[in-house]
Design a protein around this ligand. Structure first.
Ligand SMILES: Cc1cc2nc3c(=O)[nH]c(=O)nc-3n(C[C@H](O)[C@H](O)[C@H](O)COP(=O)(O)OP(=O)(O)OC[C@H]3O[C@@H](n4cnc5c(N)ncnc54)[C@H](O)[C@@H]3O)c2cc1C
Length: 426
C-alpha cells in the first residue's frame, strides 16, 4: 500500500510535532505554513542585525514531550537544562535566591525558602500551608487569586512567590487565572518531583530547531497560507491563498482557533465548536543591549515590575520578558525600552552606572490562548476520521505552552493513524 498522503496546516510546534510523528509512522507529510518562518510563536528573526527569538521561551524538566520533540529533530545539544531548580530573584537592588535542596518535594523548595530574603517568616509559613493544601486538593473552582486569598496568602507572599512564578507560567494575572490550571502547574512542577521545575531553554535561535524538525518532511511550503479545507468522502481537498490546490488522504489542522474557523467555516459539522471564544493574552519582550558586558547570572526574576524574568542571552544583551503585558504591547518601542531600562537598571546593582546601547521590543498581542469559562477545549479527534486538530490551545491537560503544542501534535498524528487504520510502521 502506498504511504498515506497527509497535509499539515500550520508550521508551529504543534504542526511540526504532528508532522514528525506522521513521518515516523510512515506517512508522506506535506506542511503548509503561512509565514516564511517555521515555529509559529516559537520562532526567531532578525531585529537590527541581531537574531532574536519571538520572545524568550523556557521549558521545565517536566516538559518531557517538548524535550523528546527536540531530540527527534536531532537538536538535543541545543537544549540547556539546570541540574537543579535554582533561581535568582532581585527586588530594588536586593538579591536573593532559591536553590532546590536534596529533599523530597515539597521540602526541596521549602527548605531553601528559609534564607529567601524577599519573604518574611510569616509569609514562608503561609506559602508552606498553600503548597501542602495544593498537594491535597482535587478539583479546584474559581480564579487563583480567590483561592490564594481563601488560603491566607498575604500581599507579600503573592508578590514574592506567586506573581513571579505563576504569572509567566500561565501568562495571566492571578485574578484571570483558573485555579485548576494554576494547581496543575504547581503540582506538576513543584510538588511531583524535586527535579521537575528545573529551568531549561534553547541555546540556539528557536527557528534552528524548527527548521531541523522540518528537514525530513516530504514537502514544506513556507509563505503558503491554507485558504480552505474541503472535507470530502474519500479525502480532503486543500486550497492555498497562492491559488494552488491538492488532494490528501487526511489533514492535521494545527492552526490557532480563529484561523481554523476561517479555513473550515463549517467546522461545527465535524464537532469543532466555540472557536471564536478563546481569549488572547499578550506577551512582550524587551531586548536591551548595554555597555557592562557579562553579568553574574544566566537569568533572574524581578519583583515589583512589569518584567518578570530577565535572561542574559550574551555578554551585554538582556532579554526581558513581560507576561500578561496587557496595554503595554501598544506602547511605542522608544517608550517601552526607556521604561524597562529604568526598571532593570534600578533593580540590578551591576547596571546602576550602565549605559543603554540599543533597545528593541517584540510584541505578541496573541501570546497565548485560553478557553473562556464554559468553552470545552477540543481533543485531537474530530467527527471526521480524515481531520485531526492540533494546537497548544486544544485539550492536552496543559496550559498554552510548548509542551501542550507538542503533545497536541503527537496526539493528532496518532488519532489520524488509528482512525484511518493505516498500517504504518515506526
Ligand atoms: C513571546 C512568547 C513567549 C512564550 N514563552 C513560552 C515559554 O517560555 N514556554 C512555553 O512553553 N511556551 C511559551 N509560549 C507559548 C508557546 O510559544 C506556544 O504555546 C506554542 O509555540 C504554540 O504552538 P502552536 O503550534 O500550537 O501554535 P502557533 O505557534 O501559533 O502555530 C500556528 C501556526 O499556524 C500558522 N498559520 C496560521 N494560519 C495559517 C493558515 N491559514 N495556513 C497555514 N498556516 C497558518 C501560523 O503562522 C503559525 O505558524 C510563549 C509564546 C509567546 C508568544
Amino acid at each position: 500500500m502506498a504511504a498515506p498522503r497527509v497535509a499539515v496546516a500550520g508550521g508551529g510546534l504543534a504542526g511540526l510535532a504532528a508532522a514528525l510523528e506522521l513521518k515516523d509512522l510512515g506517512c508522506e507529510v506535506h506542511l503548509f505554513e503561512r509565514s516564511r518562518l517555521l515555529g509559529g510563536r516559537a520562532t526567531s528573526f532578525e531585529v537590527d542585525g541581531h537574531v532574536v527569538d519571538n520572545g524568550q521561551h523556557v521549558y521545565l524538566a517536566c516538559c518531557t514531550e517538548f524535550v523528546r520533540f527536540v531530540e527527534r529533530a536531532g537538536m538535543r545539544d541545543a537544549l540547556y537544562l539546570q541540574d537543579r531548580f535554582d533561581v535568582t530573584v532581585y527586588s530594588h537592588g536586593v538579591r536573593s535566591g532559591l536553590r532546590a535542596a536534596n529533599l523530597p518535594a515539597p521540602w526541596h523548595l521549602l527548605w531553601p525558602m528559609l534564607p529567601y530574603r524577599h519573604l518574611g517568616f510569616r509569609g514562608k509559613l503561609q506559602l508552606a500551608r498553600a503548597l501542602f493544601a495544593l498537594s491535597r486538593e482535587g478539583k479546584i473552582q474559581g480564579d487563583f487569586a480567590q483561592w490564594l486569598r481563601a488560603h491566607g496568602q498575604s500581599e507579600e507572599t503573592v508578590r514574592a512567590f506567586w506573581d513571579p512564578f505563576m504569572v509567566p507560567a500561565l501568562n495571566a494575572p492571578l485574578e484571570h487565572m483558573r485555579a485548576a490550571e494554576a494547581a496543575f502547574v504547581i503540582q506538576t512542577a513543584f510538588l511531583s518531583d524535586r527535579n521537575a521545575a528545573r529551568f531549561g531553554y534553547s541555546t540556539v535561535p528557536l527557528a534552528q530547531i524548527m527548521d531541523a524538525a522540518a528537514a525530513g518532511l516530504t514537502s514544506v511550503r513556507r509563505s503558503t497560507a491554507v485558504s480552505t479545507v474541503d472535507v470530502q468522502a474519500d479525502g480532503v481537498h486543500l486550497r492555498t491563498v497562492n491559488g494552488e490546490s491538492a488532494d490528501f488522504d487526511a489533514v492535521v489542522l494545527a492552526l490557532p482557533p480563529r484561523a481554523l474557523q476561517r479555513v473550515l467555516p463549517d467546522s461545527e459539522r465535524i464537532g469543532l465548536r466555540d472557536l471564536d471564544t478563546y481569549e488572547t493574552n499578550a506577551i512582550m519582550d524587551v531586548h536591551l543591549w548595554h555597555d557592562r558586558g557579562r553579568l553574574d547570572f544566566d537569568f533572574c526574576a524581578l519583583l515589583d515590575s512589569p518584567v518578570q524574568w530577565i535572561f542574559q542571552k550574551s555578554a551585554g544583551y538582556l532579554c526581558c520578558s513581560l507576561s500578561a503585558a496587557g496595554a503595554l504591547v501598544a506602547s511605542s518601542t522608544d517608550e517601552v525600552v526607556e521604561r524597562i531600562w529604568r526598571e532593570v537598571s534600578a533593580a540590578l546593582p551591576q547596571l546602576s552606572q550602565a549605559r543603554l546601547v540599543r533597545g528593541a521590543a517584540t510584541r505578541n498581542p496573541e501570546g497565548t490562548y485560553s478557553a473562556r469559562s464554559g468553552t470545552v477545549r477540543p481533543g485531537a479527534r474530530t467527527l471526521d476520521r480524515k481531520v485531526a486538530v492540533a494546537g497548544s490551545w486544544t485539550a492536552t491537560g496543559w496550559p498554552d505552552t510548548m509542551e501542550s503544542a507538542v503533545r497536541s501534535g503527537t496526539a493528532a498524528a496518532i488519532a489520524l493513524t488509528e482512525q484511518n487504520a493505516w498500517k504504518t510502521e515506526r
